[in-house]
Design a protein around this ligand. Structure first.
Ligand SMILES: [Zn+2]
Length: 116
């Protein structure tokens, strides 16, 4: 039996979506805090997993929360060299959305509701 060193692709019924930045765009587009919370609540209610993304105000790193469906106003950059706490109510947040049992088409249609 041979084993591939390549990582297996995720099962087809799991779709990971993130809209961080368009090509050529320098900074990720974050969604204002209040609006982002509403989106997040809705997605969680509908059974999706949401990982919050934000930009550390001190070092500029783009960060993704370790646990799904959790956010607080103060998000900490866990690297010991940084450790900065960013107030994401001021900066806004982005998302990585994990959807199950969706096709790319149905997921895109679903997300159109949320992009203006
Ligand atoms: Zn940092």
């Amino acid at each position: 039996m041979t084993r591939s060193n390549k990582k297996d692709p995720p099962p087809p019924n799991i779709l990971i979506l993130q809209k961080d930045r368009s090509p050529g765009q320098e900074k990720p587009t974050d969604i204002p805090w209040t609006q982002a919370l509403q989106m997040m609540n809705q997605w969680i209610k509908e059974g999706h997993e949401v990982y919050v993304k934000w930009t550390c105000l001190k070092c500029g790193s783009r960060l993704t929360a370790e646990k799904p469906n959790q956010v607080s106003i103060l998000m900490k950059h866990d690297e010991p060299e940084c450790g900065h706490i960013t107030n994401v109510a001021d900066t806004g947040i982005g998302f990585m959305l994990v959807m199950r049992n969706q096709t790319l088409e149905s997921a895109q249609k679903y997300l159109q509701r949320y992009s203006k």
